[in-house]
Design a protein around this ligand. Structure first.
Ligand SMILES: NC(=O)c1ccc[n+]([C@@H]2O[C@H](COP(=O)([O-])OP(=O)(O)OC[C@H]3O[C@@H](n4cnc5c(N)ncnc54)[C@H](OP(=O)(O)O)[C@@H]3O)[C@@H](O)[C@H]2O)c1
Length: 338
């Protein structure tokens, strides 16, 4: 099968950083399904795994943690899927990724693809949607049925992949969503997705929020740098409010800044369940099914903004370079094998 892989961890400008290759087609066993991959999206995790270092792989390593495709065959313990089903999933960062014509994935973390979306539109969603959903509804414990209606949420990194779906989920739950966006095009995008306010993070955030009438917020979802926003978040969170972060800190965080407010800080890592094979890992497959129903009902929309074709090393290098710029709006997808 065709695949795009690496053996050396190189800057993306190096033509060997990601190369076209052929690998044996795998066979599914147990709870694995074999998927014929039709479209993949690129996330910052791809560029972080690929980041330059001295390590060398003995065998070609395939990246890619977002896919949509068709079930080719299933393992003997599979119950949720059969050959021919259209599926979408993020997969497992500890296993070979989706930048290959065929990929094995545990059925418990796979969803049935929305029927109203193309493969490219569907591939834009799984990783960021799992992250945003778990961040808002599990870690922040926001009530999806409207129990937090009217509460405020400050979404940092509003125009990115995770922010773009989080804004929609927050609005679905009835929250007032204030999202950061620093450029006219990203501000227009977050408003189009339903954000009540777009705030430029280059300005004095506390003052800008106060001008909007949000000197304090009930929830903060930080989808950007945790260190840089720690002090601002401690100031903006209301007493007993909740903050979620998804980007690991590089400096020690001063938890004492949250103490007098009895504010909660939680991490969200969407690979936790697959990485540790948690007893509830099937919740992710069910979550993706629920999201597909919301998409098909017109309550959520894809965050796809740009499609490159075909899936090959040259286009993946271009996509990695774009994601590394930190300027992507919505999601960037590669579709078809040419
Ligand atoms: N823990 C997890 O499970 C998990 C899951 C997914 C992602 N992540 C991590 O979360 C981060 C965001 O992921 P993503 O996919 O949303 O990224 P992304 O799509 O690459 O985000 C790009 C957006 O970030 C905004 N941005 C750039 N600098 C910013 C800043 N200083 N403050 C606020 N926003 C800024 C830009 O919008 P402007 O126009 O406003 O500049 C841009 O639209 C990455 O570090 C990723 O690795 C973690």
């Amino acid at each position: 099968m065709k695949a795009v892989a690496l053996t050396h961890y190189l800057p993306i400008s190096d033509l060997e950083s990601l190369f076209d290759t052929r690998l044996p087609k795998p066979n599914p066993t147990g709870r694995d399904i074999l998927v014929r991959v039709e479209a993949v999206s690129v996330n910052p995790v791809d560029t972080k795994v690929r980041a330059p270092k001295a390590k060398v792989e003995d065998d070609p390593k395939v990246l890619g943690y977002d896919a949509a495709g068709v079930v080719e065959s299933v393992g003997d313990a599979v119950t949720r899927f059969q050959p021919g089903d259209q599926v979408y999933y993020a997969g497992d960062v500890t296993r070979p990724g989706s930048n290959a014509e065929f990929q094995l994935v545990d059925e418990r973390i796979v969803g049935h693809m929305p029927t109203t979306l193309s493969f490219a539109e569907a591939a834009a969603l799984p990783l960021t949607t799992l992250t945003a959903w778990e961040a808002l509804f599990t870690r922040l414990d926001i009530n999806r049925a409207g129990g937090n209606r009217g509460d405020s949420i400050f979404i940092i990194g509003g125009a990115g992949g995770v922010g773009s779906i989080a804004i929609q989920l927050a609005k679905l739950a009835g929250l007032v969503a204030i999202a950061t966006a620093s450029r006219p095009q990203s501000q227009a995008w977050v408003r189009e997705l339903g954000a009540d306010h777009a705030v430029d993070y280059s300005d004095a955030l506390i003052e800008e929020m106060a001008k909007l009438g949000h000197r304090e917020v009930d929830f903060i979802a930080n989808f950007n740098n945790t260190d840089d926003y720690w002090g601002v978040m401690a100031e903006l969170i209301r007493p007993q409010g909740k903050i979620v972060g998804i980007v690991g800190n590089t400096d020690p965080l001063d938890l004492n800044l949250l103490k007098n407010k009895s504010a909660t800080f939680a991490w969200e890592f969407m690979f936790t369940r697959s990485m540790y094979q948690t007893a509830d890992m099937a919740d992710q497959g069910n979550l993706l099914d629920e999201v597909a129903a919301l998409i098909d009902a017109g309550k959520l929309r894809t965050t796809l903004q740009q499609t490159l074709s075909p899936i090959n090393a040259a286009n993946l290098r271009q996509a990695h370079a774009q994601v590394e710029s930190g300027r992507t709006i919505g999601k960037l997808v590669l579709a078809g094998w040419g």
